[in-house]
Design a protein. Structure first.
Ligand code: KG4
Ligand code: ZN
Length: 348
């Protein structure tokens, strides 16, 4: 089964071709056009601007993904497109393009939940033992999800305010470091002392699996007051902030993994590129739980990309499902527990 994935939920315009042969999945092409240079000027994404850039870039990105995979539209078996959550104007560019391509070619099209893409991004060609605890950390989401099987998810925790990536981005603005903040703050942090400033660990001891990061951002703001440090002190601040985020996220994930007796933990989302998060998560799972599986996406699948979108369908379906081209529509607030066919899976 040859699948074209399309992703335009926020500020990356992406297309990939995946092929499922038996139970093996092969990445035939992986194309991502990043809009970072455009959004740097405004220190964040302006939805209208992002949508316009998707309109300009998506045809070329899809064309490149097909030609790198040495395939054509009509030789595809399935088109998988992000239907939500995300920015409505950005999502619409992807869903409407996918529907048009499906209509013209007769290839079936299905909508994919962006969060399910992040959730499964580390699971390609790995033996899977369920249940698995999913830890999604991105610019828009920080979520703990119990994966009972591919497609059956229980939400067990989420952020009550800012997402982890959002906290990195906002702290970067406070420190005049530029956009997006995550990679810049974490590069600085690598040279700093993680114990220099005892920033708070919000909700680390709360009896639920929810998160909160806005208080941590405020603590950084008070610490900086009206003078942003430089040199060594700046690196120490970045390292201390990063450590607070990593500590909270990993502590809660380990506690949930133990409580639900999972057989693996799957990390995903833009913040899963964070090296400190990856190493602390792996180390603490080993020492506090034992030899369960730890799934971490390859670096190129951490940020938004279309391989993870095609991967969701490659893992869900052995053969092409029924086309949704009449019903498919962008849904900016799609939840992970609304499955692809629009059926709610309410369990908690
Ligand atoms: O998943 P993603 O590409 O987009 C969303 O779906 O939100 O995540 C982007 C987020 C941004 O907030 C960015 O600052 C953060 O991921 N990020 C990082 C790192 N690389 C990207 N945060 C911390 N450390 C990193 N190395
Ligand atoms: Zn994302």
């Amino acid at each position: 089964m040859r699948i074209l994935g399309i992703e335009t939920s926020c500020d990356e315009t992406a297309a990939s071709v995946l092929e499922r042969v038996g139970d093996r999945i092969h990445v035939r092409s992986h194309v991502v056009h990043s809009q970072v240079a455009t959004h740097r000027k405004t220190h964040g994404v302006v939805p209208e601007v992002a949508a316009r850039e998707h309109v300009q870039k998506l045809p070329g990105v899809i064309d490149l993904a097909l030609s790198r995979a040495s395939t054509t539209l009509r030789s595809l078996d399935l088109i998988a497109v992000t239907e939500g959550p995300g920015l409505i104007t950005s999502l619409l560019v992807g869903t409407e393009t996918a529907k048009s391509l499906a209509f013209l070619s007769g290839v079936p099209v299905v909508g994919v939940n962006h969060l399910e893409g992040h959730l499964l991004s580390g699971l390609m060609n790995r033996p899977l033992r369920f249940p698995i605890l999913g830890l999604i950390v991105s610019g828009g989401h920080t979520e703990l999800v119990l994966v009972r099987s591919i497609g059956t998810y229980d939400h067990i925790g989420r952020t009550r305010d800012d997402a982890a990536g959002e906290a990195f981005d906002k702290v970067a603005v406070l420190l005049n470091l530029g956009y997006p903040g995550g990679p810049i703050v974490s590069a600085l942090a690598a040279r700093g002392n993680r114990r220099a400033i005892p920033f708070p660990r919000p909700m680390i001891d709360s009896p639920d699996y929810d998160f909160s990061f806005s208080g941590l951002k405020t603590a950084v703001r008070y610490h900086v007051a009206d003078r942003v440090p430089t040199g060594r002190a700046l690196a120490d601040l970045a390292a201390s902030f990063e450590e607070a985020v990593v500590d909270v996220v990993v502590t809660k994930a380990v506690r949930a993994a133990r409580h639900y007796r999972v057989r693996g933990v799957a990390l995903g989302g833009g913040v899963s590129a964070n090296k400190r998060l990856r190493s602390v998560l792996r180390r603490r799972i080993r020492s506090e739980i034992g030899p369960i599986d730890v799934f971490q996406p390859p670096m190129r699948f951490t940020g938004d990309n279309a391989t993870m979108i095609a991967l969701v369908t490659a893992l869900r379906y052995a053969k092409p499902p029924q086309s949704q081209w009449r019903s498919l529509t962008a849904n900016p607030s799609l939840a992970l527990t609304d499955d692809g066919e629009g059926v709610r899976v309410p369990r908690r």
